[in-house]
Ligand binder design. Structure first.
Ligand SMILES: Cc1cc2nc3c(=O)[nH]c(=O)nc-3n(C[C@H](O)[C@H](O)[C@H](O)COP(=O)(O)OP(=O)(O)OC[C@H]3O[C@@H](n4cnc5c(N)ncnc54)[C@H](O)[C@@H]3O)c2cc1C
Length: 377
């Protein structure tokens, strides 16, 4: 097993110690902020830095030992206490993954800072993921320029960003006749020619620092190219991108189960008549988690059956998050119907697990497409 390296450069091979430290931060620093983050738009930058320093965003990277199991557990630990911070943990993780897999020396020189949250970065891949499979049109367009490309267009929502931060995106390259030749994948530093637009109020997840982004002839050169052409790269990283999201879903489920148990002493005598009891949800989570940890042993595997299994596990994670969060609400009754209760927040978090790209409908579209490939007509 390769060593995982901490921020101060010392070698650390003890995943239990990493998770213990993360649990401490999540339980004692993050949990008290969860309501403010979800509803009042508090972006937990300091907590993200503390989580990053403790190893929350580095374990999946090749440079730090490629331990996807540890990265998933870290994300679960954070999400157990705050689903919004769990989501931006995923954003931070995949942004680092793109930078590292790009093999671009300019981006690799920025990787330590990203991996340990000295800087924060997001991912604008929802639109290209849907566009490349035929669900919607590509939102960003590029034309060739003397230094590389100029990119324009608007993405409606990108999280974990702010002025001075950065995120990864994809644009379709068009020729003089506006015909797309291919796509480029690149990192956008949020500065000139990048406008952040305020989003409408969401029902939750308000502290994820989610913005609309408009690019006006943004210059892309070799210092920020992740992949050109983009499609082979996206195909390769897609299973890892989807796999990592499940740590976030698991945390939301674990939190919902904890809410069910919380009222067992006082309401167990009547809650025993409910469906989806916490012990049953625990079994379902354990089974799903085991499946995912097996898939996580080979995170970049492009084998069709592996990819279908990853997509299927992701859909099941969404479904279990919806079921568990609703069950937590039913178990807690009026307590859970209070606006600032944990079950209320988790219902909103679970809804987001189910609609963020890849949404359940998108996953089923992809699975059905893959399953029908090479089938006799
Ligand atoms: C809080 C939040 C954070 C998000 N963070 C990210 C992120 O970090 N990176 C990222 O790439 N994506 C992000 N998304 C987008 C998300 O992943 C989904 O793509 C989005 O929720 C739409 O999903 P859908 O596939 O169900 O499309 P549908 O809801 O079926 O919609 C179809 C298309 O219409 C667009 N659309 C719908 N309503 C509006 C609107 N009011 N204004 C503009 N366009 C609209 C959608 O974006 C989508 O492209 C975020 C969304 C939300 C709500």
């Amino acid at each position: 097993m390769q060593a995982v390296t901490t921020l101060n450069g010392s070698s650390l091979v003890n995943p239990d110690a990493v998770l213990e430290k993360l649990r401490d931060i999540a339980k004692n620093e993050l949990a008290p902020l969860a309501g403010r983050i979800d509803q009042q738009g508090f972006y937990p930058v300091d907590t993200m830095r503390a989580l990053g320093g403790a190893g929350a965003f580095s374990a999946h990277l090749d440079r730090y030992g490629q331990r996807f199991d540890l990265a998933l557990s870290a994300m679960q630990t954070v999400s157990r206490y705050c689903g919004s911070t769990g989501f931006i943990t995923w954003c931070q993780d995949v942004c680092g993954l793109y930078m590292e897999q790009s093999e671009n020396s300019h981006l690799l020189s920025r990787l330590d800072s990203q991996a340990f949250a000295k800087t924060l970065g997001g991912t604008g891949l929802s639109n290209p993921m849907k566009s490349l499979t035929g669900i919607e049109a590509m939102a960003l367009h590029a034309t060739k320029s003397p230094r590389g490309y100029r990119v324009s267009g608007t993405l409606p929502w990108v999280s974990n960003i702010a002025s001075g931060q950065y995120f990864a995106a994809v644009a379709a390259v068009k020729d003089d006749k506006s015909k797309a030749s291919h796509e480029i994948f690149f990192l956008i530093d949020i500065r000139d020619r990048v406008k952040l637009n305020k989003c409408p109020k969401f029902s939750g997840m308000e502290g994820t620092s989610t913005w609309g982004v408009t690019l006006d002839n943004y210059e892309v050169d070799e210092t920020n190219i992740i992949a050109d052409p983009a499609q082979p790269f996206i195909k390769r990283i897609r299973p890892a991108f989807v796999l990592l999201q499940m740590g976030w879903g698991f945390g939301v489920i674990e939190g919902a189960i904890a809410s069910c148990w919380e009222v067992e002493n006082s309401l167990g005598h009547v809650n025993q008549y409910l469906h989806n009891r916490p012990s049953q949800l625990e079994d379902e989570l354990a089974e799903l988690r085991e499946r995912v940890m097996l898939l996580a042993r080979d995170p970049y595997c492009g084998d069709k059956h592996h990819v279908i299994n990853v997509l299927d596990a992701r859909a099941q994670t969404s479904e279990l998050a919806l079921k568990a969060s609703e069950s937590a609400l039913l178990h807690q009754g009026a307590r859970g119907y209070l606006m600032d209760s944990d079950p209320q927040r988790r219902v909103r978090e679970a809804h987001f697990v189910a609609i963020v790209t890849p949404a359940i409908k998108h996953l089923r579209w992809e699975i059905s497409k893959l399953m029908s490939e090479n089938m006799p007509a």
